[in-house]
Design a protein around this ligand. Structure first.
Ligand code: ZN
Length: 172
């Protein structure tokens, strides 16, 4: 099998929660201890390909994963991050939502240097985006996946956490 995450899901390697559409597993190269990946069971590379029903499930599962991390680690917060596409430094071509527990002074930096834009640049961006987003609520649900080529990668074993499994089973 070509995809590391598909293989992990199929072999149940490091999987701490799964249902018919989604799964959660511990990141094998975590940014912080407890770093969870929430992903669709089916292979989708980017979020634009994922049916809306699966996106909703992914969002709900990410919320549960975050809740589990806050309770387990007493973290001050979580970062919930998607590297969506090669241009966003996505390493493995299977969509995954990173849920990273944060503790004050943990040294992890996800901050960016703010850009200074002119009023004209801001106005232009706003105008263009509004044009594209005004019809969002009227759009039909995206049900059928768009197919792209599978990426390459291999599966690796990940440790399990019974606490997280218990927490994540509470997904509706
Ligand atoms: Zn995959």
């Amino acid at each position: 099998m070509a995809c590391q995450y598909c293989e992990a899901v199929q072999k149940k390697e490091g999987i701490i929660y799964e249902d018919e559409l989604t799964a959660a597993m511990l990141h094998r190269s975590p940014a912080m201890p407890g770093h969870i990946l929430v992903l669709p069971r089916e292979h989708f590379t980017i979020i634009e390909q994922v049916p809306d029903a699966v996106v909703r499930k992914l969002a709900a599962l990410s919320n549960k994963a975050s809740t589990a991390l806050l309770k387990m680690l007493g973290a001050g917060g979580t970062n919930i991050v998607i590297e969506n596409g090669i241009g966003a430094q996505q390493q493995i071509p299977h969509l995954a939502i990173n849920v990273i527990p944060r503790i004050e002074g943990d040294g992890l930096s996800l901050q960016w240097q703010p850009k200074k834009l002119s009023d004209e640049q801001m106005g232009m961006a706003e105008l263009q985006l509004k044009e594209h987003t005004k019809s969002v609520s009227a759009e039909p649900e995206k049900k059928e996946p768009i197919r792209l080529d599978d990426g390459k990668a291999k599966g690796e074993a990940i440790r399990k956490s019974s606490y997280l499994t218990r927490q994540l089973r509470r997904v509706p």
